[in-house]
Design a protein around this ligand. Structure first.
Ligand code: HEM
Length: 424
């Protein structure tokens, strides 16, 4: 296959060539039969429709985020405080307010010069090669370094953070639709062990990982108690909820959530946007003429290739959803990637149309759990992609070395994205 022959192929077809997981039928341009459907094999309800997903996100009283007791009733007792994604009101509101005070728009905006410098530094290291492996060269090291520096943990521990991410989201894991297994934390997503059939070994491994991550943060938090610094960890150590400091476990849980949520999804966002532009040279040309269109390109990439595909909730009472009666105590998998292609909301849902107006995608969720890091992810996307495209105007995929998507059905993003940087 030549580069030219790859050009006009729509993303829905490319999804096959890139090895998109079977479960992601929407990536192949297929609409779900029903917006809400019970999955016998996984023992949960798949929510594919946009209005239905928004309804669930918006009603934490009927749909709890504390899903572990429903998904893994035999899971050992564990410390839940600090796991924002698994909390319901009122506890969620308190920690979210605290997080908002520590993670201010001003703090995020102040990171721009550092993100800019880091992007150049990382691209400099790959200069002269004529090729980039986007994930290793930029899309992973940039966000992980930014969040590590923000928290105040050594960026040189990057290999360790990557190992943790891969334990949480194994690259090759493929399970039945809706039945993927997760960890007791995870991205800002479900925040819960996912799937109802999580094996004992997997749950034990997840708890062991949480323990190791908490030990790591406990050491750094201790250091900040003795020697405060200008970092997020110090702010969290000093922060109070209702006059009380965060417990060590809560602090560890929250810090690990930020670390993991703070990079893996942004890594995918960067790769996915490059893939969208590569498959749509006309959009790329428009962007070259009008670089101010980059934010709209990023929003459309988030809609079309939603990085984190699935979030979990459980019903606290009997509900009606998408024409189905769902009893209390049931687990729901909200497939945001599918909802973001719901033709009832998005015209031409499988087309890449930057600037579509409105574009109310739910890649960052909706409601009280709306992604805390969305402003940072958007800032990193705008700066890193702006610099990348400016430095490498001829950037394109390599027909002899095509991208490979993550095989994990919870995620959509490239595992490897080899690119040619030199002109043809
Ligand atoms: C929550 C997606 C980047 C931190 C969420 C949720 C989504 C999401 C969908 C809602 C989860 C739910 O309702 O259960 C994304 C995507 C990102 C991204 C697609 C990048 C493209 C980040 C970054 C950070 C972050 C950079 C931190 C620096 C969080 C946190 C929550 C969250 C702490 C939990 C909020 C809460 O439960 O109140 N994210 N995220 N995310 N995200 Fe992100």
């Amino acid at each position: 296959m030549t580069y030219q022959s790859l050009r006009p192929v729509p993303l829905s077809v490319l999804a096959d060539q890139w090895g998109a997981p079977e479960a992601h039928f929407w990536l192949r341009g297929i609409a779900p039969e029903r917006p809400v459907a019970f999955d016998e094999q996984a023992g949960l309800w798949n929510v594919y429709g946009y209005p239905e997903a928004v309804e669930v996100f918006s009603d934490p009283a009927a749909y709890t985020s504390d899903t572990v007791p429903y998904i893994a009733p035999d899971a050992p007792e564990y410390e839940k405080s600090g796991l924002l994604t698994q909390m319901d009101p009122p506890a969620h509101r308190q920690l979210r307010q605290l997080a908002g005070r520590a993670f201010t728009p001003r703090l995020v905006a102040g990171l721009a010069p550092r993100i800019c410098a880091l992007t150049h530094e990382l691209l400099d290291q790959a200069d002269g090669r004529g090729t980039l492996e986007l994930v290793d060269d930029l899309a992973h090291p940039l966000p992980v370094t930014v969040i590590a520096e923000l928290l105040g943990v050594p960026a040189s521990d990057r290999p360790l953070f990557r190992q943790w991410s891969e334990e949480i989201f194994p690259r090759e894991k493929v399970t039945a639709r809706g039945g993927s297994a997760g960890t007791a934390d995870g991205d800002g997503g479900s925040g819960g062990a996912s799937g109802t059939d999580g094996g004992g070994d997997e749950i034990a491994a997840a708890f062991d990982l949480v323990r190791r991550m908490n030990e790591y943060f406990a050491v750094h938090a201790d250091d900040r108690r003795r020697q405060p610094r200008e970092d997020l960890l110090t702010r969290l150590v000093q922060a109070e909820v209702d006059g009380e400091r965060l417990s060590e476990a809560a602090l560890g849980n929250f810090a690990q959530l930020l670390l993991v949520a703070g990079h893996i999804t942004t890594t995918m966002l960067l790769g996915n946007t490059v893939l969208c532009l590569d498959a749509h040279p006309e959009r790329r040309a428009e962007l070259r003429r009008d670089p101010a269109a980059l934010p709209a390109v990023i929003e459309e990439s988030l809609r079309l290739l939603t990085p984190f595909e699935v979030f979990y909730r459980a019903t606290t009472r009997d509900v009606e959803l998408g024409g189905q009666r769902v009893p209390a105590g049931q687990v729901l998998a909200l497939w945001t990637g599918a909802a973001n292609r719901d033709e009832r909301v998005f015209a031409g849902p499988h087309d890449f149309v930057p600037g579509r107006d409105p574009n109310p995608h739910i890649a960052f969720g909706r409601g009280i759990h709306f992604c805390l890091g969305a402003p940072l992810a958007r800032l990193e996307g705008r700066i890193a992609l702006g610099i990348l495209l400016e430095r490498h105007p001829e950037l394109r995929t390599d027909p002899d070395n095509p991208p490979v998507l993550m095989a994990n059905p919870e995620l959509t993003g490239p595992r490897t994205l080899p690119l040619l940087t030199a002109g043809r």
